[in-house]
Design a protein around this ligand. Structure first.
Ligand code: FES
Length: 80
């Protein structure tokens, strides 16, 4: 499924990058270009990160190592 329409990035590509060691939203944004155009995919990218066991906040720490559980609805939104 395409997550980022602007850059044609699928959830499979995001998961592959995470499996290759990308562990923060900023890195995904740099490596794949997600959420770097219209930005509407940011929440979906963070959902894929969370489903892949990576903290969806900007800390880049694996969710299993996070000192506090991050609620599924927690997102740090970038200012428009
Ligand atoms: S849908 Fe990802 S930047 Fe527009």
């Amino acid at each position: 499924m395409i997550v980022c329409v602007c850059k044609s990035v699928s959830d499979r590509t995001i998961r592959s990058s995470i499996a290759d060691g990308v562990d923060s939203f900023d890195e995904l944004q740099f490596e794949l270009g997600v959420a770097s155009c219209c930005g509407k995919c940011e929440e979906s990218v963070r959902d894929v990160m969370l489903q892949s066991g990576v903290c969806a906040s900007r800390c880049g720490v694996g969710i299993e190592h996070h000192p506090q559980a991050v609620p599924l609805t927690f997102y740090e939104r970038k200012a428009a």
